[in-house]
Design a protein around this ligand. Structure first.
Ligand code: B4P
Length: 190
C-alpha cells in the first residue's frame, strides 16, 4: 500500500499534482477541500457550517474534517492506497490519520511538501478565482489569511513527519509537468 500526503500552502498545486499521482500510482484521491465544497454545493448542514469558515479563509474544525475522512476510509478498502490532498492540516488531524491508518496496518508512506513563494501563491489563486467562482480565491485578504493560517497551524506538520523520516521537499515552481516529474521521481524511491 502507498499512502501519500500531498502537502503545501494554498495554491501550491496539491489538487493539480494529485491528478498525476492518482493515475501513475493507481491511488484513491481524498481531497478534503473537494469534499467540503461538494457539501456546500449540496447545501447540507455540514456544508453550511463549512462555508462560514472557508469563505473567510479559516480552517474548518478538526472534528468535522476528521469524521469526513473516517467515513471515506471505511467505505474504500480496495486499491493501491490513498492520496491525501489538503489533509492533514493540523497536528490533531495528523494524529487522527495515523490512528485510522494504523487500525488497518497501512501507515502514511510519505509526506510530499510543495514549496512555492508567497507572491506566486497569491497570483495563482487570484487567477483561479477569476474562473472558479470560489469566493476564497477572489479576495487578497482572504488568501493572505489562508497563507497565515498555513504557517501557524499546518506548516508545523513538517516536523511531525520529519520525526518519522517521512518528510520530502519538492520544488513546486515550474511547469505542471516538470513538478509532476519531480514528485513521481521522489515517490518512486519509497
Ligand atoms: P483546498 O481545496 O485544499 O484548497 P487549496 O489549499 O487552495 O489548494 P488546491 O489544491 O485547491 O489548489 P492548487 O494548489 O492545486 O482547501 C480550501 C479550503 O477548505 C481551506 O482554505 C479550508 O478552509 C478548507 N479545508 C480543506 N481541507 C481542510 C482540512 N483538512 N482542515 C480544515 N479545513 C480544510 O492550485 C491552485 C491554482 O494554482 C490552480 O488554479 C492551479 O491551476 C494553479 N497551479 C497549480 N500548479 C501550477 C503551476 N505549476 N504553475 C502555475 N499555476 C499552477
Amino acid at each position: 500500500m502507498l499512502n501519500i500526503v500531498l502537502f503545501g500552502p494554498p495554491g501550491a498545486g496539491k489538487g493539480t499534482q494529485a491528478n498525476f499521482l492518482i493515475e501513475k500510482f493507481n491511488l484513491i484521491h481524498l481531497s478534503t477541500g473537494d469534499l467540503l465544497r461538494s457539501q456546500i454545493a449540496a447545501e447540507t448542514e455540514l456544508g453550511l457550517v463549512a462555508k462560514g469558515y472557508i469563505d473567510k479563509g479559516f480552517l474548518v474544525p478538526d472534528s468535522i474534517v476528521i469524521e469526513m475522512i473516517k467515513s471515506k476510509l471505511q467505505g474504500n478498502s480496495d486499491g493501491n492506497g490513498y492520496i491525501f490532498d489538503g489533509f492533514p492540516r493540523t497536528v490533531a488531524q495528523a494524529q487522527a490519520l495515523d490512528e485510522l491508518l494504523n487500525d488497518n496496518e497501512t501507515p502514511v508512506s510519505g509526506m510530499f511538501c510543495l514549496l512555492v513563494e508567497k507572491e506566486e501563491l497569491i497570483n495563482r489563486l487570484l487567477t483561479r478565482g477569476k474562473t472558479s467562482g470560489r469566493p476564497d480565491d477572489q479576495d487578497v485578504s482572504v488568501i493572505e489569511n489562508r497563507i497565515k493560517i498555513y504557517h501557524e497551524k499546518t506548516a508545523p506538520l513538517r516536523d511531525y513527519y520529519a520525526a518519522q523520516n517521512k518528510y520530502y521537499k519538492i520544488n513546486g515552481t515550474g511547469s505542471v509537468e516538470e513538478i509532476a516529474q519531480r514528485l513521481c521521481n521522489t515517490v518512486s524511491t519509497l
